[in-house]
Design a protein around this ligand. Structure first.
Ligand code: PHE
Length: 455
């Protein structure tokens, strides 16, 4: 145990890897990936997503953790230290502050969706869904969304849970939560995939996700796929930078990155292979959008053997995935406040409270404000506050921060500094990653935005 006042750290390499994988594996893998892939036609989207993971988001992911390791502080402070080290005149902490705002934006909708998942888990625990029929399932979703107060309460329950974990010291809170929840999550997921294989249409699901379909290449498809790659790894808001600042010097970062990205990808694809076989076997469309998990799936649960149990396992899995990510979203602001001598429990409650307040925007978008488009006069017609927050953060803040991280590591800090912070990396691997971070990833992100503007 570190002496009081010392900078916090994870107690082992494995603890760091589990926590970072917990941050990566989240609602984005199960709720997000399946609905975005479903809505964008499957295979082609998945292909672009894989390329984006390998050449843009993955290398940026390692850059973010490395910045944390080199700066050993909350994101704005760490970036400030590195700025003085590089002697740059640009204001690097701004990138950190934008990230902190990003954490609150993600939490604001995360809490609402995770809150609904918890509520559905409870309904399933009481034997719900089994044999319900379509009307009852639709009514459950509609009633939940018609009641902003209970939505807000469930969001608050979720954030309270998150805050209680982050309140503890790193090794007792964040670390332990990952060690308990992540293995259970994997077990439940594998169980669901096997079950879906038994009763669902595996062949069609596999061909939908991995088969080659006609791809309608558009700048929007690229933006969605790259945005999803950043979101799923959790790059760009400083959560990983904060976890990186807690990692021990013995962590082999390239290897850790490989395993975390692999786990994240595995969970997204496995979630697809748990969900789409059931979707296809029931003859419904995979394009339901955000409602895939809360409408299409529960409908299926109501018709299959052991529906209540399967539903319970599914929503518990979704909750665990959400918690291990939301703690990484609360950690950066709490670390920043701790630097101002505010105790962790106080900081955690405070920031969770802010997240709950912001979550009211999403609550409103789902409840009364479904037809309210705040930025319609700016050409963003048809987008609710929730759509704006979700797309704003995953398609803009995350890739742009990732862009900044890449430039910082690739151009502003000296190559020797970066090399020294990665002592265990093999020479050739380092050269490859360094080139990607310097050239390929920034160019790809720049091209993406130019394409989005002119396309
Ligand atoms: N990676 C998480 C997910 O897939 C979301 C997240 C975003 C976590 C940003 C941390 C930072 O759901």
């Amino acid at each position: 145990m570190a002496a009081k006042g010392a900078y916090p750290s994870f107690s082992s390499r494995l603890a760091f890897i589990i926590a970072a994988a917990g941050s990566a594996v989240g609602l984005g893998n199960v709720w997000g990936f399946t609905y975005v892939a479903g809505a964008n036609g499957g295979g082609g989207f998945v292909l672009i997503y894989l390329v984006a993971l390998a050449f843009v988001a993955g290398p940026a992911f390692m850059a973010e953790m490395l910045i944390g390791r080199m700066g050993k502080a909350s994101p704005p402070t760490a970036l400030g230290k590195l700025q003085s080290r590089a002697g740059s005149k640009l204001n690097w902490p701004t990138v950190g502050w934008i990230g902190l705002i990003g954490t609150l934006m993600v939490l604001s909708f995360y809490a609402v969706i995770a809150g609904q998942a918890m509520y559905y888990g409870l309904v399933a625990l009481e034997g719900g869904f089994a044999g319900w029929g379509e009307e009852a399932v639709t009514a459950l979703d509609a009633d939940f969304k018609a009641d902003p107060v209970s939505m807000a309460i469930w969001s608050a329950v979720f954030m309270a849970f998150t805050a209680s974990i982050v309140s503890f010291d790193i090794s007792k809170g964040i670390e332990r939560a990952g060690k308990v929840m992540m293995p259970l999550l994997f077990l439940m997921l594998i169980g669901l995939v096997v079950y879906a294989g038994q009763i669902g249409d595996w062949g069609r699901a596999a061909s939908f996700l991995f088969g080659f379909h006609e791809i309608n290449f558009s700048s929007r498809l690229f933006l969605e796929a790259v945005g999803q790659a950043f979101f799923t790894l959790g790059v760009g808001v400083g959560g990983l930078m904060t976890y990186g600042s807690y990692m021990g010097d013995d962590v082999r970062l390239p290897r850790a990155t490989f395993w975390i990205v692999a786990m994240d990808l595995f969970v997204a694809l496995a979630a697809g292979m748990a969900i789409f076989p059931l979707v296809f076997a029931s003859g419904v469309e995979p394009t339901a959008g955000p409602g895939l998990v809360f409408l299409t799936l529960p409908n299926i649960f109501s018709a299959i053997p052991g529906g209540a149990f399967v539903a319970f396992v599914f929503f518990l899995l979704l909750t665990f995935a959400a918690v291990t990510s939301s703690i990484s979203l609360l950690a950066p602001t709490v670390q920043r406040l701790a630097e101002a001598n505010i105790r962790r429990p106080v900081a955690a409650c405070l920031m969770a409270g802010v997240a709950v307040l912001l979550s009211l925007l999403t609550v409103y978008s789902f409840a009364g404000g479904r037809e309210v488009y705040p930025l319609a006069s700016f050409g963003l017609d048809g987008m609710t506050a929730f759509d704006l927050i979700r797309e704003g953060v995953s398609n803009f803040i995350l890739p742009l921060s990732g862009f900044a991280y890449c430039l910082i590591i690739g151009w502003s800090l000296s190559r020797e500094d970066v090399r020294t912070a990665l002592p265990m990396a093999e020479g050739r691997l380092f050269t490859l990653w360094y080139m990607v971070v310097r050239v390929i990833a920034p160019l790809a992100i720049a091209a993406l935005f130019i394409g989005a503007v002119i396309g």
